[in-house]
Design a protein around this ligand. Structure first.
Ligand code: AMP
Ligand code: MN
Ligand code: MN
Ligand code: MN
Length: 327
């Protein structure tokens, strides 16, 4: 379909109409990371890899930042991929760290930008606290070590501390670092700085975006607890959840599809890709099962843009983060 408004000569092939259901969908990945957070690739290299793998519609969902989106958008425009401006925002609910993917077809509002600043500050304060806690197990100067592992000035995350623990010889590998010290409930799993679920969902709504519960099966929750999470999320204005995140047990995925349909949540999907060479690549995920879950692209805020009826998705303003302290 020709798109005269588009900044490039990009046009969707006629055969690339939006699928009616999540089942059988191909070419989509709405959850991936770049060097703007804890991913290994630059946004440009990530988009190149997506293109090489035949993806057509993607979201870059770095942790608590849209810093990589402008670069990714330029590369997507050059290659004819559609990019939904996005981020994966950290929050807490009932003492559990929860990730909410913000799909932001209209970009960042003033309210959301204030939220992103708060998240950046929370991440900085939290990394100090994590470093402090890891001193007790023998990691001296953890902040500087994690900073060296990050290799840039971006806000630090737990993977940087995991790498620091490995380099310091305190654990054999990153997996063990999470298992012993950084994973859910361990001493380095600091959640207290994160805003409440309700705040984060509110910021996303303020920006005209769609809030998506990321990887609902990865919080170690019972189905009942997940019901409570979804209810709280919906009460706050949330509208979607990831039906599939990377590789998922098909049985649990079918059950999750029933749960999403019951709550009337739109279904999204993504690999949660971080780095090449692992089990995941852009676009690799367990095939979504047949279900009554309504695909995320049917959401009124996203559908027309993804379908190419407007060029606005390519022009949404991505407000720069005004500052963040070196952590
Ligand atoms: P943070 O945003 O700083 O809390 O770090 C969370 C990130 O750590 C996740 O997005 C993953 O990239 C990584 N992560 C979380 N749990 C594990 C784990 N068990 N093993 C390896 N990486 C993990
Ligand atoms: Mn991550
Ligand atoms: Mn996550
Ligand atoms: Mn992620």
């Amino acid at each position: 379909m020709p798109m005269p408004d588009c900044p490039t000569d990009f046009a969707l092939p006629a055969s690339d109409a939006l699928p009616a259901s999540l089942e059988g969908v191909a070419g989509w990945d709405l959850h991936m990371h770049s060097r703007a957070s804890d991913g290994a690739l630059t946004p440009t290299d990530l988009v190149d890899l997506c293109h090489a793998r035949g993806l057509t519609r993607i979201a870059l969902t770095d942790h608590d930042t849209l810093d990589g989106v402008t670069e990714a958008r330029e590369r997507c425009a050059a290659l004819g991929l559609q990019l939904i401006p996005a981020a994966e925002l950290s929050c807490q609910w009932r003492g559990i760290g929860i990730h909410i993917v913000a799909l932001l077809p209209q970009g960042v509002s003033a309210g959301l930008n204030a939220g992103l600043l708060q998240l950046a500050e929370a991440r900085t304060a939290r990394s100090r606290e994590i470093a402090h806690r890891l001193e007790k197990i023998g990691l001296d100067d953890g902040l500087a070590r994690a900073r060296r592992e990050a290799g840039s000035e971006r806000p630090l995350g737990r993977p940087d501390f995991a790498a620091a623990l490995v380099t310091a010889g305190l654990v054999p590998d990153r997996k063990t670092a999470f298992k012993r010290y950084l994973g859910a409930g361990k001493r380095g799993d600091v959640k207290t700085h994160w805003p409440a679920l309700e705040s984060v969902v509110g910021w996303i709504r303020d920006a005209g975006g769609v809030a998506v519960v990321a990887h609902p099966l990865r919080y170690g929750m019972t189905r009942r607890k997940r019901d409570l999470l979804f209810s709280a999320f919906i009460a706050a204005g949330g509208e979607a959840a990831e039906l599939v995140s990377g590789y998922q047990n098909p049985e649990l995925t079918r059950d999750l599809s029933r749960q999403l349909a019951f709550h009337g949540l739109y279904g999204s999907l993504g690999s949660d890709f971080h780095y090449p060479g692992g089990a995941l690549a852009p676009g690799t995920l367990t095939p979504p099962p047949r279900s009554h879950v309504v695909p995320i692209w049917r959401h009124p805020a996203l559908g027309p843009l993804i379908a190419g009826a407007s060029a606005a998705i390519g022009q949404a303003s991505i407000a720069p983060r005004l500052h963040h302290e070196r952590s």
